[in-house]
Design a protein around this ligand. Structure first.
Ligand SMILES: CC[C@@H]1C(=O)N(C)c2cnc(-c3ccc[nH]3)nc2N1C1CCCC1
Length: 308
């Protein structure tokens, strides 16, 4: 039986073979639902697991798109990295399988899309909301770093929100693992959105590149646009390497301090994730336990608590 809740109506009058996906390795049949969007080579769909009636998000990549070995290797690496991570604020890997036409990566469903969509609706978020999302982000990145993995593409589009308004870090397509203490990566295949200066200048980079990106995310959520945004990529890169960005005075001193420390040109001078969790911004202001789904579209009013 198919749950007929509204957003899962699959408009299937008959079992059109085009909508049935079978994973022989786990004897699981999925119904393909609505198109969620495109991510790289993948077309992403809602998938309904007919054994459990659970909804997942599936990345479906046509094999014709990944004919070259290194393209296939990239996907295997993404899956291998993501499947080792189990954390409240990291997207959970569910399964990987292939059939004649496609490879399938089945992931945790995040029904409220990403912070990109939220910021489009809201323009900027309030500081309590930003504390809520940044705390989740720093905890999730802490888990990723504990597994010797650098995400390398932390951006609003990879901060997904589930039905309970929880933040989930997605897309390990540019991630890499650190093999030994002090290892520095020299290249990234792809262009991270919030790229750190040391990555741009190929000076060797490591975990600190993710802290830079956290600073960019904090800035974008509070200001409504990225810190180094210009009309051309080249000009943006000049601003990143010259550390040329404007901190609006409307931001609280704690928020300015948080951003300034993350956006330090010298990677080794940036705060650790532990220091970020204990920063004034994340510890000395109202930290909501949960957020109402209304926050996706309208600014919340937080009750002002008095200390006694
Ligand atoms: C499947 C790719 C990616 C993703 O990684 N996840 C986990 C995800 C989960 N739910 C959703 C989802 C959106 C709306 C309902 N669920 N989307 C996810 N995405 C989106 C799809 C398009 C671009 C990134």
């Amino acid at each position: 039986s198919i749950p007929d809740n509204a957003n899962m109506k699959l408009h299937i009058n008959h079992f059109d073979p085009n909508y049935i996906i079978y994973d022989s390795s786990s004897d699981t049949t999925y119904l393909r639902g609505r198109l969620l969007g495109k991510g790289g080579f993948a077309r992403c769909y809602e998938l309904l697991d007919l054994n459990t009636n659970k909804i997942y998000a599936g990345k479906i990549i046509a094999k014709t798109r990944i004919s070259k070995p290194h393209q296939r290797q990239k996907i295997i690496r993404e899956v291998e990295l993501q499947k080792t991570l189990h954390h409240k604020h990291v997207v959970e890997f569910h399964s990987y399988f292939e059939d004649d036409e496609n490879v399938y990566i089945v992931l945790e469903n995040c029904s409220r899309k990403s912070l990109v969509h939220m910021l489009k609706q809201r323009k900027t978020l309030t500081e309590p909301e930003v504390r809520y999302y940044l705390k989740a982000l720093v905890e999730g990145v802490g888990h990723i770093h504990k597994h010797n993995i650098i995400h390398r593409d932390l951006k609003l589009g990879n901060m997904l929100i589930n039905d309970s308004m929880e933040l989930k870090i997605a897309d390990f397509g540019l991630a890499t693992s650190i093999g030994y203490e002090g290892e520095k990566k020299m290249t990234v295949c792809g262009t991270p959105n919030y790229i750190a200066p040391e990555v741009l200048q190929k000076r060797g980079h490591s975990y600190e590149a993710d802290v830079w990106a956290i600073g960019c995310v904090a800035y974008a959520l509070l200001v409504g646009r990225p810190p180094f945004e210009t009309s051309t990529l080249k000009e943006t890169y000049v601003r990143i390497t010259s550390n040329n960005y404007v901190l609006p005075p409307t931001l609280s001193a704690d928020a300015q301090d948080f951003i300034q420390k993350c956006l330090c040109n010298e990677p080794e001078l940036r705060p650790s994730l532990e220091q970020l969790l204990n920063s004034d911004f994340l510890t000395s202001g109202h930290m909501p336990k949960t957020l109402s789904p209304a926050c996706c579209s309208t600014m919340p009013k937080f009750p002002i608590y008095t200390k006694f």
